[in-house]
Design a protein around this ligand. Sequence first.
Ligand code: F6R
Length: 257
Amino acid sequence: MADSNGYYDLDLKRVMVLDNYEEMSKAAAEIVINTIKNKERTVLGMATGSTPLGLYGNLVQGYKQGKVDFSNTVSFNLDEYVGLDSGHSQSYNYYMRENLFSLVNIEHDHVNIPHGFSENSDKDCNEDCINYETKIQQSGGIDLQILGIGNNGHIGFNEPGTSFDSITRKVKLADETIKANARFFDDESDVPKYAISMGIKSIMRARKIILLASGIEKAHAIEKTVKGSITNMVPASILQLHPEVIYIVDKDAGKNL
Ligand code: F6R
């Protein structure tokens, strides 16, 4: 049974199982908006992919209705593909501009997205990655991190097997991630094989985290994340050790909880 705030209490984990994608997106937007409203300056960690699109739509609507002001918000994206320039329609830079940043009043220089298309991006852990991590710390750290989850339990592009000590670096995408993301490209062979991703440690440093999941194909990953043992073969399972995480899922993704 959900309590009066809509939370299911699974061994003290905060899980919201909502009817559908729209409800999931609205609940997440409410948390983001309240976080921004209650702080003079907010540092947000952003995710891309299909899951947060509804959340971003609600944030844009909230902004247009005067419910939220992004002028004192700083953002850091979780990840970016290596090899796609910021104008490429599948780059996460482009995605964020199209779906959020160009539609609200966030300052251009408050936006941070890993560089996937620089002369450094062929190196494994390059200067850009270290600078990105340093910039997060210098900005005061992430107040609220938004996460989606891969079918294989990845968060950011931290694939199964990733060290829990990882920070921002270049990563190789798992075959299942390339397959899952092929839907955004003309052909599976066009999906980049590498990305720059914040690490598990970078994510766990956020003060608060919301993880969103929608659809039956996420049910297994959500079950293992929330109720399974903590293992780097299910990277999201480390969130069980975070003091302030809320899992917001729709009925399908929460089917096994
Ligand atoms: C994207 C990201 C990924 C996605 C995950 C789910 O920035 O970090 O972890 O959140 O792959 O993607 P969707 O939402 O497309 O199912």
